[in-house]
Design a protein around this ligand. Structure first.
Ligand code: EPZ
Length: 493
């Protein structure tokens, strides 16, 4: 294997890595971190040469380490079938990504089981972590990912990657805690609105970090001797800030108290993994988390919790299309706030061992009202799917979105397919219609994209979903999973 050209290396980081512009075999430019120290099987290595500071360096790059050209594939869905059969639920994306960041906290191997290995977000975060010094091996067959940050080799997470995935701000806390300095690009706004990270930064400052914003980067240094415990009262509940500060506090001196902390199952899962690594954490799952810093964390093995949002998505799909699905390897207790309105709408949902059986045994679901809230309230990440389900309800339902300012992007697309939806501020009224009609649609975030897939499953005729890039970020093998339960769905180039 060889690569046509490396146009220019633009930055050297710690003498080990360079940020260069690569041209792949299709002549598409891709930005990539190139890590000279990576150990990879010879047959998988892409060899390239780069002139850096007038000196020619040889680099080796494993194919899955560099970003492949953005797939602008489309999805074709032909609607009208009921869904029947089994779907195996993957490990939770929003827990997996945080665990990966936590690998920076220890110089010993951290082994994660039940990982959603083929998600694009997992690959993308790997690209950020590897240059920082995390050796990562991922096995799709066993769903096991091994992360080993023996030594921190760089403390910079560049804009090129952070802009694509906000979750990469979560390397900030661990880097500061273990390495005492970090430089992470500010993620900026996103399709869901402004989404600031002020709570992350204020919390770290309270722990003694010096933080400067320069050139779009957060440049942070810990005080001499490392971060110090602090009493932090969040003005609003933030999943990411709770996680970032909990990780940072594990290696800080003294006790940190996080008040008005987020209580999501993914945070509890992360905390439990950190405890296995030697962290001292109390109050997980409550709004007051107490962390007593320790000198060092060690390696461990942890199995990632099932993805409650993927589970809820397939439940809404049954509500919309009818049929009966057995969702395997997942948990009902994470979804109480969804189950109540689904049952009120007329669905039957039961936990059977590690599976959830969900069915709709009436012609139409009833219209119900929901409001998104921080956990244990109904997840904003299920709002678009629930709304899609309501498009065919008997009567009407109202949805209030209280977490993000701009999370109704799916509405105009659903309306184009024949839905009757009126939006007023952060609320939407969905009046049930008799049917949806297939159309060309596009979505700009992960959950809005999957809502288009659900709409396509029930719409008359063909629905073409453009820009399915987002789906690959968060839904493992969605085409295979839905095909196995009767859906007519395919990827088209
Ligand atoms: C996490 O985002 C999830 N992402 C999101 O899932 C999810 O929608 C969200 O939590 C809410 O549940 C990951 O876990 C990777 P927040 P996060 O901090 O942590 C405001 C998906 O589809 N805020 O809880 O970024 C913020 O603007 C994704 O999988 C501040 O004002 O969410 C928002 O309005 C999308 N300042 C609210 O708080 C801050 O410093 C909640 O955001 C931080 C947040």
């Amino acid at each position: 294997m060889s690569i046509e050209a490396l146009e220019k290396a633009i930055e050297i980081v710690g003498g080990q890595s360079a940020l260069g512009r690569l041209i792949d075999r299709d002549q598409k430019a891709i930005w990539a971190w190139i890590n000279t120290t990576q150990k990879v099987p010879a047959e998988d290595v892409l060899k390239i040469e780069a002139a850096v500071d007038g000196k020619v360096n040889r680099y080796e790059l494993r194919p899955d380490v560099y970003p492949k050209p953005t797939p602008m594939d489309k999805m074709r869905v032909v609607g009208g079938v009921k869904l029947n059969g089994n779907i195996k639920i993957s490990g939770a994306k929003n827990a997996a990504l945080k665990h990966m960041c936590a690998s920076l906290l220890t110089d010993e191997p951290f082994i994660l089981e039940n990982m959603p290995v083929s998600l694009r977000d997992v690959a993308m975060l790997s690209q950020i972590l590897e240059p920082l010094g995390v050796d990562i091996t991922a096995d799709k067959e066993t769903a096991i990912v091994k992360l080993h940050a023996k030594e921190i080799k760089s403390h910079i997470a560049p804009y090129e990657f952070v802009r694509k995935m906000r979750a990469s701000i979560l390397v900030l806390g661990p880097l500061l805690a273990r390495h005492h300095k970090a430089e992470v690009s500010l993620p900026g706004g996103c399709a869901l609105g402004a989404r600031p990270v002020d709570l992350h930064l204020k919390g770290l400052e309270a722990m003694g970090a010096m933080i400067n914003l320069e050139g779009g980067y957060v440049k942070a240094t810990a005080p001499d001797g490392g971060l110090k415990g602090a009493d932090i009262n969040f003005p609003l509940v933030s999943v990411g800030a709770t996680e970032n500060l909990m990780m940072a506090a594990t290696l800080a001196k003294g006790e940190t108290v996080l008040r008005n902390a987020a209580r999501e199952p993914e945070i509890v899962d992360q905390g439990e993994a950190l405890i296995k690594m030697g962290a001292k954490i109390e109050g997980l799952g409550t709004s007051e988390i107490r962390i007593t810093g320790v000198k060092k964390l060690h390696g461990t093995t942890h199995s990632v919790i099932p993805d409650r949002i993927e589970t809820g998505t397939y439940m809404c799909a049954v509500g919309l299309c009818g049929g009966e699905l057995r969702l395997q390897n997942t948990r009902l207790d994470f979804l109480s706030a969804l189950i109540a309105p689904l049952k009120e709408a007329g669905m039957i949902i039961e936990q059977e061992g590690d599976d959830i059986v969900v069915k709709r045994n009436q012609a139409k679901i009833k219209g119900v009202d929901i409001m998104t809230e921080a956990y244990p309230g109904l997840a904003t990440d299920l709002q678009a799917q629930f709304m899609t389900m309501l498009t065919l309800c008997d009567g009407a339902g109202m949805i209030s979105e209280t977490i993000f300012e701009n999370r109704f992007m799916h509405v105009p697309e659903l309306v184009r397919m024949g839905a009757n939806i009126t939006v007023k501020g952060n609320s939407a009224i969905i009046r049930g219609v008799d049917g949806l009609k297939g159309a060309q649609v596009m979505a700009t975030d992960l959950r809005a994209s999957v809502a288009m897939v659900l709409a396509g499953l029930v719409a008359e005729g063909e629905t073409i979903i453009n820009r399915i890039y987002h789906l690959d970020r968060g839904y493992e093998n969605i085409v295979e999973k839905l095909t196995a339960v009767g859906a007519q769905i395919e990827r088209i180039k």
